[in-house]
Design a protein. Structure first.
Length: 247
Protein backbone atom coordinates (compact mmCIF):
# COMPACT_ATOMS: atom_id res chain seq x y z
CA UNK A 1 0.00 0.00 0.00
CA UNK A 2 1.96 2.98 -1.30
CA UNK A 3 -0.42 5.69 0.01
CA UNK A 4 -1.54 4.14 3.25
CA UNK A 5 -2.70 6.77 5.78
CA UNK A 6 -2.61 9.60 3.22
CA UNK A 7 -5.48 11.96 2.37
CA UNK A 8 -5.68 12.99 -1.29
CA UNK A 9 -7.80 15.68 -2.96
CA UNK A 10 -8.37 15.16 -6.68
CA UNK A 11 -10.17 18.00 -8.49
CA UNK A 12 -12.35 17.20 -11.49
CA UNK A 13 -12.68 13.58 -10.42
CA UNK A 14 -16.32 12.98 -11.41
CA UNK A 15 -15.02 11.31 -14.58
CA UNK A 16 -12.07 10.83 -16.91
CA UNK A 17 -8.45 11.13 -15.78
CA UNK A 18 -9.46 12.50 -12.36
CA UNK A 19 -11.66 9.48 -11.65
CA UNK A 20 -8.88 7.08 -12.71
CA UNK A 21 -6.44 8.87 -10.38
CA UNK A 22 -8.95 8.72 -7.51
CA UNK A 23 -9.38 4.97 -8.02
CA UNK A 24 -5.64 4.32 -8.28
CA UNK A 25 -4.89 6.29 -5.09
CA UNK A 26 -7.65 4.54 -3.20
CA UNK A 27 -6.38 1.12 -4.27
CA UNK A 28 -3.07 2.05 -2.61
CA UNK A 29 -4.70 2.92 0.70
CA UNK A 30 -5.36 6.67 0.43
CA UNK A 31 -8.54 8.32 1.64
CA UNK A 32 -9.68 10.20 -1.47
CA UNK A 33 -11.71 13.39 -1.63
CA UNK A 34 -13.66 13.35 -4.88
CA UNK A 35 -14.34 16.88 -6.09
CA UNK A 36 -15.95 18.41 -9.15
CA UNK A 37 -18.28 21.15 -10.20
CA UNK A 38 -20.15 19.59 -13.10
CA UNK A 39 -21.79 16.39 -12.07
CA UNK A 40 -22.77 15.54 -8.54
CA UNK A 41 -23.96 12.16 -9.89
CA UNK A 42 -20.55 11.57 -11.50
CA UNK A 43 -18.74 12.42 -8.26
CA UNK A 44 -21.01 10.04 -6.34
CA UNK A 45 -20.33 7.32 -8.93
CA UNK A 46 -16.58 7.79 -8.41
CA UNK A 47 -17.07 7.56 -4.64
CA UNK A 48 -19.25 4.46 -5.04
CA UNK A 49 -16.52 2.83 -7.17
CA UNK A 50 -13.93 3.66 -4.49
CA UNK A 51 -15.96 2.23 -1.66
CA UNK A 52 -16.99 -0.83 -3.71
CA UNK A 53 -13.26 -1.55 -4.10
CA UNK A 54 -12.87 -1.38 -0.32
CA UNK A 55 -11.52 2.18 -0.22
CA UNK A 56 -12.39 5.27 1.80
CA UNK A 57 -13.37 8.73 0.63
CA UNK A 58 -15.83 11.60 0.54
CA UNK A 59 -17.35 13.99 -1.97
CA UNK A 60 -16.78 17.76 -1.69
CA UNK A 61 -18.14 19.74 -4.63
CA UNK A 62 -16.67 23.12 -5.59
CA UNK A 63 -15.64 25.22 -8.57
CA UNK A 64 -11.84 25.42 -8.63
CA UNK A 65 -11.99 28.86 -10.24
CA UNK A 66 -14.08 30.44 -7.46
CA UNK A 67 -11.95 31.60 -4.48
CA UNK A 68 -14.86 31.58 -2.01
CA UNK A 69 -15.92 28.04 -2.99
CA UNK A 70 -12.31 26.82 -2.80
CA UNK A 71 -11.93 28.26 0.71
CA UNK A 72 -15.11 26.61 1.98
CA UNK A 73 -14.37 23.32 0.19
CA UNK A 74 -10.85 22.99 1.62
CA UNK A 75 -12.07 24.00 5.08
CA UNK A 76 -14.76 21.29 4.95
CA UNK A 77 -12.21 18.68 3.89
CA UNK A 78 -9.81 19.64 6.68
CA UNK A 79 -12.64 19.48 9.21
CA UNK A 80 -13.70 16.03 7.99
CA UNK A 81 -10.27 14.46 7.37
CA UNK A 82 -7.89 16.50 9.53
CA UNK A 83 -5.31 16.95 6.75
CA UNK A 84 -4.56 16.91 3.03
CA UNK A 85 -1.29 15.20 2.02
CA UNK A 86 -1.75 15.03 -1.74
CA UNK A 87 -3.34 17.56 -4.09
CA UNK A 88 -4.01 16.75 -7.74
CA UNK A 89 -4.97 19.82 -9.77
CA UNK A 90 -6.76 17.95 -12.53
CA UNK A 91 -9.94 19.98 -13.25
CA UNK A 92 -9.76 21.41 -16.74
CA UNK A 93 -11.81 22.56 -19.70
CA UNK A 94 -11.28 23.35 -23.38
CA UNK A 95 -12.97 26.05 -25.51
CA UNK A 96 -11.28 25.54 -28.87
CA UNK A 97 -11.21 28.15 -31.61
CA UNK A 98 -8.75 29.67 -34.03
CA UNK A 99 -7.19 32.82 -32.62
CA UNK A 100 -9.02 35.19 -34.96
CA UNK A 101 -12.35 33.76 -33.87
CA UNK A 102 -11.51 33.24 -30.21
CA UNK A 103 -13.68 35.36 -27.93
CA UNK A 104 -12.42 36.87 -24.72
CA UNK A 105 -14.94 34.67 -22.89
CA UNK A 106 -13.37 31.52 -24.39
CA UNK A 107 -9.88 32.71 -23.53
CA UNK A 108 -10.75 33.79 -19.99
CA UNK A 109 -12.79 30.68 -19.16
CA UNK A 110 -9.95 28.31 -20.06
CA UNK A 111 -7.30 30.32 -18.20
CA UNK A 112 -9.61 30.73 -15.21
CA UNK A 113 -10.34 27.02 -14.71
CA UNK A 114 -7.03 25.46 -15.76
CA UNK A 115 -4.48 28.01 -14.53
CA UNK A 116 -6.20 30.18 -11.93
CA UNK A 117 -7.88 27.10 -10.46
CA UNK A 118 -4.46 25.49 -10.02
CA UNK A 119 -3.17 28.65 -8.31
CA UNK A 120 -6.18 28.91 -5.96
CA UNK A 121 -6.09 25.27 -4.85
CA UNK A 122 -2.32 25.16 -4.47
CA UNK A 123 -2.29 28.34 -2.39
CA UNK A 124 -5.12 27.22 -0.12
CA UNK A 125 -3.98 23.63 0.37
CA UNK A 126 -0.23 24.22 0.71
CA UNK A 127 -0.84 26.69 3.54
CA UNK A 128 -1.90 23.60 5.48
CA UNK A 129 0.80 21.33 3.98
CA UNK A 130 3.50 23.80 5.07
CA UNK A 131 2.44 23.43 8.70
CA UNK A 132 2.60 19.64 8.51
CA UNK A 133 5.89 19.81 6.58
CA UNK A 134 4.73 17.30 4.03
CA UNK A 135 2.93 17.49 0.74
CA UNK A 136 2.72 16.27 -2.82
CA UNK A 137 1.20 18.56 -5.45
CA UNK A 138 0.57 17.17 -8.93
CA UNK A 139 -0.60 19.55 -11.65
CA UNK A 140 -2.14 18.23 -14.85
CA UNK A 141 -0.69 20.19 -17.77
CA UNK A 142 -0.76 18.94 -21.35
CA UNK A 143 1.49 18.09 -24.29
CA UNK A 144 -0.25 21.09 -25.88
CA UNK A 145 1.41 23.35 -23.30
CA UNK A 146 4.80 22.12 -24.59
CA UNK A 147 4.28 21.92 -28.36
CA UNK A 148 1.23 24.12 -29.03
CA UNK A 149 -1.80 23.15 -31.09
CA UNK A 150 -3.72 25.12 -33.70
CA UNK A 151 -7.15 26.07 -32.35
CA UNK A 152 -6.05 25.86 -28.72
CA UNK A 153 -4.11 29.07 -28.03
CA UNK A 154 -6.10 29.60 -24.81
CA UNK A 155 -5.56 26.03 -23.61
CA UNK A 156 -1.87 25.98 -24.67
CA UNK A 157 -1.27 29.24 -22.78
CA UNK A 158 -3.02 27.94 -19.65
CA UNK A 159 -1.22 24.57 -19.74
CA UNK A 160 2.18 26.22 -20.38
CA UNK A 161 1.34 28.58 -17.51
CA UNK A 162 0.85 25.55 -15.27
CA UNK A 163 4.40 24.44 -16.13
CA UNK A 164 5.88 27.79 -15.02
CA UNK A 165 3.67 27.79 -11.93
CA UNK A 166 4.84 24.24 -11.09
CA UNK A 167 8.53 25.21 -11.27
CA UNK A 168 8.12 28.43 -9.24
CA UNK A 169 6.07 26.79 -6.49
CA UNK A 170 8.40 23.77 -6.39
CA UNK A 171 11.23 26.17 -5.54
CA UNK A 172 9.15 28.00 -2.91
CA UNK A 173 7.84 24.91 -1.17
CA UNK A 174 10.81 22.52 -1.27
CA UNK A 175 12.16 23.65 2.11
CA UNK A 176 8.87 22.51 3.68
CA UNK A 177 9.19 19.02 2.19
CA UNK A 178 6.46 19.68 -0.39
CA UNK A 179 7.13 18.50 -3.94
CA UNK A 180 5.33 20.01 -6.92
CA UNK A 181 5.38 18.28 -10.29
CA UNK A 182 3.42 18.43 -13.52
CA UNK A 183 2.13 15.66 -15.74
CA UNK A 184 1.78 16.52 -19.42
CA UNK A 185 -0.51 13.95 -21.04
CA UNK A 186 -0.84 13.48 -24.78
CA UNK A 187 -4.07 12.08 -26.19
CA UNK A 188 -6.05 10.24 -23.50
CA UNK A 189 -9.41 8.59 -24.14
CA UNK A 190 -11.92 10.65 -22.12
CA UNK A 191 -15.04 12.77 -22.73
CA UNK A 192 -12.69 15.70 -23.48
CA UNK A 193 -11.21 13.98 -26.53
CA UNK A 194 -14.22 11.84 -27.54
CA UNK A 195 -15.91 14.87 -29.07
CA UNK A 196 -13.05 15.66 -31.48
CA UNK A 197 -13.85 15.05 -35.18
CA UNK A 198 -12.54 11.76 -36.59
CA UNK A 199 -10.17 13.56 -38.96
CA UNK A 200 -8.60 15.44 -36.04
CA UNK A 201 -8.24 12.20 -34.07
CA UNK A 202 -6.57 10.51 -37.07
CA UNK A 203 -4.21 13.48 -37.39
CA UNK A 204 -3.12 13.05 -33.77
CA UNK A 205 -2.76 9.29 -34.13
CA UNK A 206 -0.38 9.71 -37.07
CA UNK A 207 1.96 11.73 -34.80
CA UNK A 208 2.12 9.12 -32.03
CA UNK A 209 5.05 6.67 -32.36
CA UNK A 210 3.38 4.12 -30.07
CA UNK A 211 0.46 4.15 -32.54
CA UNK A 212 -2.43 4.40 -30.09
CA UNK A 213 -4.19 6.69 -27.66
CA UNK A 214 -3.84 6.16 -23.89
CA UNK A 215 -6.34 5.13 -21.24
CA UNK A 216 -6.89 7.33 -18.14
CA UNK A 217 -5.52 4.50 -15.95
CA UNK A 218 -2.09 4.90 -17.60
CA UNK A 219 -1.96 8.55 -16.48
CA UNK A 220 -3.13 7.46 -13.02
CA UNK A 221 -0.06 5.18 -12.70
CA UNK A 222 2.23 8.17 -13.19
CA UNK A 223 0.22 10.27 -10.73
CA UNK A 224 0.49 7.43 -8.22
CA UNK A 225 4.28 7.37 -8.60
CA UNK A 226 4.48 11.16 -8.09
CA UNK A 227 2.17 10.95 -5.05
CA UNK A 228 4.14 8.14 -3.42
CA UNK A 229 7.42 8.12 -1.53
CA UNK A 230 9.04 6.48 -4.55
CA UNK A 231 9.32 9.98 -6.05
CA UNK A 232 10.71 11.67 -2.92
CA UNK A 233 13.63 13.38 -4.75
CA UNK A 234 11.62 14.59 -7.76
CA UNK A 235 10.31 18.17 -7.75
CA UNK A 236 9.68 20.93 -10.28
CA UNK A 237 9.56 18.41 -13.13
CA UNK A 238 7.24 18.07 -16.09
CA UNK A 239 6.73 14.44 -17.04
CA UNK A 240 5.28 13.70 -20.44
CA UNK A 241 2.99 10.72 -21.02
CA UNK A 242 2.21 10.93 -24.70
CA UNK A 243 3.24 7.76 -26.54
CA UNK A 244 6.28 9.61 -27.91
CA UNK A 245 4.21 12.34 -29.60
CA UNK A 246 6.54 14.96 -28.13
CA UNK A 247 10.14 14.21 -27.14
P1 LIG B 1 -12.96 15.53 -18.58
O1 LIG B 1 -13.66 16.65 -19.25
O2 LIG B 1 -13.40 14.14 -18.83
O3 LIG B 1 -12.93 15.77 -17.00
C1 LIG B 1 -12.64 17.02 -16.44
C2 LIG B 1 -13.44 17.17 -15.15
O4 LIG B 1 -13.15 18.47 -14.61
C3 LIG B 1 -14.96 17.12 -15.40
O5 LIG B 1 -15.57 16.20 -14.51
C4 LIG B 1 -15.41 18.55 -15.13
O6 LIG B 1 -16.73 18.67 -14.59
C5 LIG B 1 -14.35 19.02 -14.13
N1 LIG B 1 -14.30 20.48 -14.09
C6 LIG B 1 -14.36 21.35 -15.13
N2 LIG B 1 -14.34 22.60 -14.70
C7 LIG B 1 -14.26 22.55 -13.34
C8 LIG B 1 -14.23 23.53 -12.31
N3 LIG B 1 -14.27 24.84 -12.61
N4 LIG B 1 -14.15 23.12 -11.03
C9 LIG B 1 -14.12 21.80 -10.71
N5 LIG B 1 -14.16 20.83 -11.66
C10 LIG B 1 -14.24 21.20 -12.96
O7 LIG B 1 -11.42 15.72 -18.97
P2 LIG B 1 -10.16 14.76 -18.84
O8 LIG B 1 -9.77 14.36 -20.20
O9 LIG B 1 -10.36 13.74 -17.79
O10 LIG B 1 -9.07 15.84 -18.36
C11 LIG B 1 -8.56 15.92 -17.06
C12 LIG B 1 -7.36 16.87 -17.10
O11 LIG B 1 -6.39 16.35 -18.00
C13 LIG B 1 -7.71 18.28 -17.61
O12 LIG B 1 -6.95 19.24 -16.91
C14 LIG B 1 -7.26 18.22 -19.06
O13 LIG B 1 -6.98 19.49 -19.56
C15 LIG B 1 -6.04 17.34 -18.94
N6 LIG B 1 -5.63 16.70 -20.18
C16 LIG B 1 -6.44 15.82 -20.84
C17 LIG B 1 -5.99 15.22 -21.99
C18 LIG B 1 -6.82 14.24 -22.76
O14 LIG B 1 -6.37 13.81 -23.83
N7 LIG B 1 -7.99 13.84 -22.32
C19 LIG B 1 -4.66 15.51 -22.54
C20 LIG B 1 -3.89 16.42 -21.76
C21 LIG B 1 -4.36 16.98 -20.61
Amino acid sequence: MRLSGKVALVTGSARGIGRAIALAFCAEGATVVVSDVGSDAGARETLAALTAAGGKGMVEMFDVSDPAQVDVGVKNILEAQGKIDILVNNAGITRDNLLLRMSEEEFDAVVRVNLKGTYLLTKTVTRHMMKQRYGRVINISSVVGMMGNAGQSNYAAAKAGIIGFTKATARELAARNITVNAIAPGFIRTAMTAGLPEAVQKGFLSQIPLGRFAEPAEVAELALFLASDASSYITGQVIGINGGMYM
